[in-house]
Structures are given as structure tokens and as C-alpha cells.
Ligand binder design. Structure first.
Ligand code: CTP
Length: 397
């Protein structure tokens, strides 16, 4: 589970920081990519070099003067999960209240990655009403705690407050990364289909497949069992089963075969609406004159899915040019659960771009506009949204 995952480890000032060195080493052994950030107090307990030697990267310790002009946002965006170990009472308090007065606290405020805190402090501090409130607030915000354990504390006292052992933290991190879509079967389509005119030429569109691939990748990172049916030729994201197709017809066949097994289908592909009636078997020659292209409709894959007896949760995409009003209409009429609409002519959105500005529109036509985000971030948020929706479905029975 930790293989190739990007884990940011925050170290705050407690004697348990010496165990964090071993935790980082275990993360590396498991194939994780690890970056470390340390508070000023943490530096009193362990040296930067210990972490640098193990991770191959100097730990980040300050907001200013580092190589990066914005270390907190860089680390915040890079991380797939953040582990704060040890998490002192002070660090928990800052995280709970959004205080951002050093690199670690600012990064915790800037990240959208899930966070795991391994508290370590004296029993009285752990049991203090203020710490109780802070821990409850962090848990209510969706973050997780591991430990503390009971045992001998610095100064010879005993009681709850000892940082959880590295192996226990690793297990908690595994559970955290198993993700919100764990065990859910998700079928994603991506790319623009190519409808042959002859063996050389096709009718196509500008879709790059980036959005669909990002969704497949993020859904897999959230623990989903993902199949991607794609007409874009890009390398398969880690953990995703890729089926390559070319035409709308082939995509329709693949989707029909797989849809009954899926709990969610995300139709991010730009499926051609029309195809040439009879593709020529051999290359059309210029000398033969201007060909007359007769078009016929392709199968409407989304409509087929919506007509299933027990349709999966259906996410449609609507590429519009200009206003998204027509997408609102599509959301109402297409039998999908939600439409992800974007104006492909808007700056920073659309085909080939690495960013996208979308609006989510539900069956009732309620529009939720998202800001301009990287396609990866759109995919992340969409997976979060799907996890919420599926939970709602199960909850409703
Ligand atoms: N779609 C599909 N099968 C098709 C065409 C489109 O399943 N033959 C899906 C797309 O994958 C997308 C959604 O339908 O999720 C909307 O595509 P879009 O082309 O915007 O919708 P249309 O209904 O074709 O509307 P328009 O009138 O704008 O062409």
C-alpha cells in the first residue's frame, strides 16, 4: 500500500522524534517516497542529517531562505498523506485552530492530503481539556490519530502519552491510504474516439484523455478497483486496468461488458456523436476526387447505461463552448447522477490543458462551481465527492 506513495512526515519537538527516524526508514523500505519537515523544537531532539541520509532529501525546516520560494505549498501539494510524529500538544493545537506560524503548521494548513497524528506528550497535557478539544476538532475535520500508548514517559512518569510505535503508525497509515473508495469498482472512459474514414484517416476530436486518466489514477489511489477504457494512448496509471479502444462502437461494447460489474461509471471520454457510414477498406486517393462523407450516429453510451435495470452511479461529462446552461439541461434529462461540465473555450480549461474549471450539476440542476484547479485536483475532489455520494446511497439502504 505504501509503495510509491508520497508521504510527508512532520516532526515536532518531543523526545519521541528519535523514533521518527526509524519510522522514516521503514517507510522508505516499503517503497514510499518520503519528505520530512521539522519544527525548530524538533531540531533540538534530532539532527537534520539523520533524515537527510535516510530520505536523500534535506528536511524542510523553515518558510524562508530555502531553495524553494514556497516550501509550504510545494510540500502541501506534493503529499498524498501527512504523518505528524511526534505530534506535540502545541502542534495539535495549531493544526486544530489553523494557526500557521512556522513551516510545519503552515504546511498542515495548506494541504488537502489526509493527516495522521501520532501524539506524544505528558499524561497531564494529553488529558488536559484543551488537548481533548483539539483532538476532537481534528477528528471532526476528518483527520486520524494513532496512539498515544501508555508507558514510561520522559522524566520517569508513566501513563498515556507515549508516541505509538513506528510499526503501529505504519499500519495506521496503511489504513488511511486504503482510501475512501476501497473495494468500489469504478469504470472510467477517457480520450476522444476516432471514427475511421479509411485505414489512414479518421474523424476525431481534440480530447487528450488527461482528465479521465487523472480520475482513474486518483480513484485507484483512493483504493477503488479501476478499469479504464480509453481511446487515448497514454501509459496506464499505477493499479489501473487499461483497455484500449479506438471507436465509439468499441468503447460502447467494452463499457456494456463491464458496466454491470461497476458501482460507478465515469464517462469522461469525448465520444464521437457521428461516424462515417462506410469506412473505405483501402486508402482514399486524392486522384479519386473529393470524397463524400456520409455520417451516421454512434451508440449513445451514457444513454445505454442510464437505461440499465440497475444502473451504476453515473457521472457524465459535458464539454460546452460558452455557457453551461445546456449542461444543466443534460443533467436533468440524461438520467445521470451528476454531470461534470466545463467550458472548453475558457482560459485554463479544456482539451490538452493540465488545469480545468468545472461545475458539478446534479439531477435537480443544482450547480456547484469549482475554482480553476489542476486536473489532478479536480480528480481528487471528484473522488471525494463520489465517496460521499456512495456513502449516502448505502446509508439510504
Ligand atoms: N457520450 C456517450 N456516447 C456518445 C456521446 C457522448 O456516452 N455517443 C457521453 C460523453 O462521454 C459525456 C456525455 O455523453 O459523458 C456528454 O457528451 P456531450 O457530447 O457533451 O453530450 P451530447 O449529448 O452529445 O450533447 P451535445 O448536444 O452537446 O453534443
Amino acid at each position: 500500500m505504501l509503495h510509491e506513495r508520497r508521504i510527508l512526515v512532520g516532526v515536532s519537538g518531543g523526545i519521541a522524534a528519535y523514533k521518527t527516524v526509524y519510522l522514516v526508514r521503514r517507510l522508505i523500505e516499503q517503497g514510499a517516497e518520503v519528505r520530512v519537515m521539522m519544527t525548530a523544537s524538533a531540531l533540538e531532539f534530532v539532527g537534520r542529517q539523520s533524515f537527510a541520509a535516510i530520505t536523500g532529501h534535506h528536511p524542510a525546516t523553515g518558510l524562508f531562505g530555502a531553495d524553494s520560494v514556497s516550501p509550504h505549498t510545494e510540500l502541501a501539494q506534493w503529499a498524498e498523506a501527512v504523518v505528524v510524529a511526534p505530534a506535540t500538544a502545541n502542534t495539535l493545537a495549531k493544526a486544530a485552530h489553523g494557526i500557521s506560524d512556522d513551516l510545519v503548521s503552515t504546511t498542515l494548513l495548506a494541504t488537502t492530503a489526509p493527516m495522521l497524528f501520532a501524539p506524544a506528550m505528558h499524561t497531564e497535557m494529553w488529558e488536559n481539556a484543551a488537548t481533548r478539544r483539539n483532538v476532537a476538532a481534528l477528528e471532526a475535520d476528518g483527520h486520524s490519530m494513532v496512539g498515544p500508548a501508555s508507558g514510561t514517559l520522559a522524566g520517569g512518569d508513566t501513563g498515556p502519552g507515549r508516541m505509538a510505535e513506528p510499526e503501529e503508525i505504519l499500519q495506521a497509515l496503511d489504513r488511511l491510504l486504503a482510501g475512501r473508495l476501497s473495494g468500489i469498482r469504478v469504470l472510467v472512459t477517457a480520450g476522444g474516439t476516432r471514427e475511421p474514414i479509411d485505414p489512414v484517416r479518421f474523424v476525431g476530436n481534440r480530447s487528450s484523455g488527461k482528465m479521465g486518466f487523472a480520475i482513474a489514477q486518483e480513484a485507484a489511489a483512493c483504493g477503488a478497483d479501476v478499469t479504464l477504457v480509453s481511446s487515448a494512448t497514454r501509459p496506464a496509471p499505477t493499479g489501473v486496468a487499461l483497455i484500449e479502444v479506438e471507436t465509439a462502437e468499441e468503447m460502447a461494447k467494452s463499457v456494456a461488458k463491464l458496466a454491470s460489474e461497476a458501482e460507478v461509471v465515469v464517462m469522461a471520454a469525448a465520444v464521437a456523436d457521428f461516424r462515417p457510414v462506410d469506412a473505405a477498406g483501402t486508402k482514399l486517393r486524392r486522384s479519386e476526387g473529393i470524397p463524400e462523407l456520409q455520417l451516421e450516429p454512434t451508440p449513445d453510451i451514457l444513454a445505454g447505461l442510464a437505461a440499465m435495470e440497475q444502473p451504476p452511479y453515473l457521472v457524465g461529462f459535458a464539454a460546452e463552448t460558452g455557457s453551461i446552461d445546456r449542461a444543466v439541461e443534460k443533467a436533468r434529462t440524461k438520467g445521470v447522477d451528476v454531470i461534470v461540465a466545463n467550458d472548453v473555450t475558457a482560459e485554463g480549461s479544456g482539451f490538452g490543458s493540465d488545469t480545468n474549471q468545472v461545475a458539478l450539476i446534479d439531477r435537480r440542476g443544482t450547480v456547484d462551481r469549482w475554482p480553476l484547479l489542476s486536473k489532478r485536483e479536480v480528480a481528487r475532489r471528484l473522488c471525494d465527492f463520489l465517496a460521499d455520494q456512495l456513502q449516502g446511497r448505502t446509508g439510504d439502504g
